[in-house]
Design a protein around this ligand. Structure first.
Ligand code: SF4
Length: 336
């Protein structure tokens, strides 16, 4: 189902003369960990470790574990590199492109786009090489298609991450709707928020096409409740995530200062994993700000008993950003 480029990985390990390799992959790819590790051991002679920690993105390179076990190469599976990040580290990226057919769910998406003519097209990295085929299907059905250039953390035209929709923002004003190739809702759910456009997620694994509008509305209602509750808190923990590309101490300091100027008492926390089990033991704290992956607050709030906001949402709570800007011009009533 996934292209793991085993031959390229073996060649690279041999070429670099790596003696100890750390394999890192997200949960969804861990089932292939054993097979890949045994193959690399057999064909390269290198000692192979598999990281047992969770892994969420290329923002989360296992550089500390690599150092701890003295590996000379990190093989990071399942994500594209973030351009310009850690050029001096010995990291090999294996994007794990999916080879699942897209025709059936793409045709379902076409049926849902009767009224829209100009379509913005995007994909997570697993399906990025299928964008041209998706474009052809749309064009064969009379649609005009735009694919945005990469910027920020994005490597490929049309690529999206759960925290970076720069390729779509660049074309949002010119399109009537957006189609994104992606398994699950994770990458798609942020698109209406980033662009204000109707978004259809084409899921090649489920062979479905789904409109994200209602899902996004539900999410926004929950965010409104969390932001409102945050305003009633006084003692706030600001959590600095320690993952390789997420850490932003200066932003945490700025938010602490802003909160204190607005009558809150704030402390700085740091954590490698932002999970309820660890932070909710700070029973004095009434709310949290997470400066790590912005999707923790939006997607995982239900796991936390106390409000947890990302920096953008803190700005809304403090009245420094309008809710309508967060929701691309729609009022709360329109989202209800
Ligand atoms: S910060 Fe979150 S959304 Fe962005 S790449 Fe990392 S895990 Fe994905």
């Amino acid at each position: 189902m996934y292209q793991l480029e085993e031959n390229r990985v073996i060649e690279e390990i041999r070429k670099r003369g790596s003696k100890r390799v750390l394999l890192q992959m997200p949960e969804g790819l861990k089932p292939i960990g054993f097979r890949l590790a045994k193959l690399l051991e057999k064909d390269t002679g290198a000692e192979v470790f598999i990281s047992g920690d969770p892994c969420y993105g290329a923002c989360d390179l296992a550089l500390m574990p690599k150092k701890a076990i003295e590996a000379d190469l990190l093989v990071h599976v399942g994500h594209a590199e973030i351009p310009g990040e850690f050029p001096d580290e010995e990291v090999l990226y294996v994007e794990a492109r999916a080879g699942v057919p897209i025709d059936e769910p793409m045709l379902k998406a076409v049926e849902m786009l009767e009224k829209e003519h100009v379509i913005g097209l995007a994909s997570n990295v697993q399906h990025i090489s299928q964008l041209d085929h998706a474009r052809k299907i749309l064009e064969d059905h009379g649609k005009a298609v735009l694919i945005g250039r990469p910027s920020g953390w994005l490597k490929y035209p049309g690529q999206v991450l759960g925290c970076d929709y720069g390729s779509l923002r660049a074309i949002a004003e010119k399109v009537d709707a957006i189609v994104v190739l992606s398994g699950g809702d994770f990458h798609a759910i942020g698109i209406p928020l980033a662009t204000g456009k109707r978004t259809i997620v084409v899921d090649p694994f489920q062979r479905t096409a789904r409109d994200m509008t209602e899902v996004c509305k539900r999410l926004l209602r929950k965010r409104w409740i969390s932001i409102t509750k945050f305003k009633d808190a006084k003692k706030v923990g600001i959590i600095v995530g320690l993952k390789s590309s997420q850490m932003n101490v200066s932003l945490a300091r700025r938010i602490k200062q802003l909160l204190e100027e607005n009558g809150y008492f704030a402390v700085l926390l740091c954590a490698n994993e932002v999970i309820p089990e660890s932070i909710e033991s700070f029973t004095d704290l009434e709310a949290f700000v997470e400066i790590s992956c912005p999707r923790i607050s939006t997607d995982d709030q239900e796991r936390y008993r106390k409000p947890i906001l990302n920096p953008e949402e803190v700005m809304i709570a403090l009245g420094k950003k309008r809710w309508e800007d967060y929701t691309k011009g729609m009022t709360l009533e329109e989202w209800h």
